[in-house]
Every structure is written in structure tokens, then in C-alpha cells.
Design a protein around this ligand. Structure first.
Ligand SMILES: [Zn+2]
Length: 222
């Protein structure tokens, strides 16, 4: 089951089929589900579409192993590489547990953002809460604050895309908190429409892993 789109705002019009696949054409990255067996099965079945041309992606080796810092343990992942049978471009299929160029999992980063939003705590208290260095957490919070207004609009648009009847997202007190709220609403709507995933996995999927990236943030375009 894959979802295909071209990144906002075109993404909002870009469904090709139901399911879960996301792309950022310039970076040749796709966010897929976190279960490697499912990814293998989908590739074997030819159900993963090329982000460049919609051709069929086939297995094409692996990207390097990387170790992520999960909530209470390390998570080792070795993303699949895939190659398009039609245009021969290659792509990296990243599991939705991660954000691009972040060592901590999306779950951990999301927990920090959510706690900051609901508590109003500064980066030191948030860092204590999630057990990460305060300098790291300060960077997450600052980056998210930078993109908060656009992120709120982005995720609200996705929520509406998945569920046109979704209730309006209520103001949460700050642009930062509004953006976290919008992530939650979009994730719930996406899980209902396409199958359950954790909230911050959806945040990765819907930003092609670039929720906190300084570069390749074309999900924020427009
Ligand atoms: Zn292709």
C-alpha cells in the first residue's frame, strides 16, 4: 500500500494510489514504513512507484547502516536502495522512524516538541524530560519554532486532505503549539485513512523526513 505525491502543494493533488510512500524528488528519498519485511514485499510485488516517473522500483542494494537513538534503546536501520526500471534513477527508502540527518528517532524528537508545546518548558527541562543533551534539544526546538507557522498550515492541509470533514484545528496558544497540534490532527486523519502509524512517523512521512532539515525543505515550499 503506497501513497505517491509530489510534495506540497502539488502533493495535495498528487495521489496515485492508497498507501504509504513519500518522496522528495531532488533528494531521491522516499519515506516508507518501518517494517523491512513489508518494504521488501512491496518492492518484490512492484508496488513502489518511482518518484521521478512513476515507474516500478526494484531492489538495488542497500544504503549504509545507521544507528538511531530511540526512546530507550538504539535502533539500527539499513535503508533499502531501489532503482527505477523505467528511468533508472536510484532512490533511498528511509523508514518512517527517522528524520533526515537526525540521530534521534522521530518518536524522541516528537516527544520533545510535544512536551515543549504543552508545558511551555524551555530546552533544558525538555532535554531532561527526553534524556537528551540540552544543546541538541535547543536545536530541535529552535528549528521547529522557525518553521512553525508554515508547518501548522502544511499539516492542517494534510489533515483536510485525508479527511475533508475534519474539525478545524483549535489555536493552542502559540505558533509552536499550533504546529504540534496540527501534526497530531493530520496524523490521526492519516492513520484513519491509510492505516495506523505513530504520530511522529506521519510527521516524517508528510515532510519526506525533512521536518527539521535546514536544507531540502521543499515540503515547506509555498
Ligand atoms: Zn523512474
Amino acid at each position: 500500500m503506497f501513497l505517491f505525491a509530489q510534495g506540497p502543494p502539488r502533493a495535495l493533488l498528487g495521489w496515485r494510489c492508497e498507501g504509504v510512500l513519500w518522496l522528495m524528488p531532488e533528494a531521491s528519498v522516499l519515506i516508507v514504513e518501518s517494517d523491512p519485511d513489508r518494504v521488501e514485499a512491496d518492492l518484490a510485488a512492484g508496488s513502489v512507484s518511482c518518484p521521478s516517473c512513476e515507474g516500478v522500483l526494484r531492489r538495488w542494494g542497500f544504503a549504509r547502516w545507521r544507528t538511531l537513538r530511540g526512546r530507550d534503546r538504539s535502533v539500527a536501520v539499513r535503508p533499502r536502495r531501489a532503482r527505477c526500471r523505467s528511468c533508472r534513477s536510484t532512490h533511498v527508502l528511509l523508514p518512517d522512524v527517522l528524520l533526515v540527518r537526525r540521530v534521534d528517532t522521530a518518536e524522541v524528537i516528537g516527544a520533545a516538541l510535544a512536551y515543549a508545546a504543552t508545558s511551555g518548558a524551555g530546552h533544558r527541562r525538555v532535554a531532561q524530560r527526553v534524556g537528551r543533551p540540552s544543546s541538541t534539544v535547543r536545536d530541535w526546538l529552535a528549528r521547529f519554532r522557525d518553521v512553525a507557522l508554515r508547518a501548522a498550515a502544511h499539516f492542517a492541509a494534510w489533515a483536510n486532505h485525508f479527511d475533508p470533514m475534519v474539525a478545524p484545528i483549535l489555536p493552542a496558544g502559540s505558533p509552536f503549539a499550533d504546529a504540534v497540534e496540527a501534526v497530531g490532527v493530520a496524523a490521526r486523519a492519516a492513520s484513519l485513512r491509510l492505516g495506523s502509524r505513530p504520530v511522529w512517523s506521519w510527521a516524517s512521512v508528510l515532510t519526506v523526513g525533512a521536518l527539521l532539515s535546514n536544507t531540502n525543505s521543499n515540503w515547506l515550499a509555498s
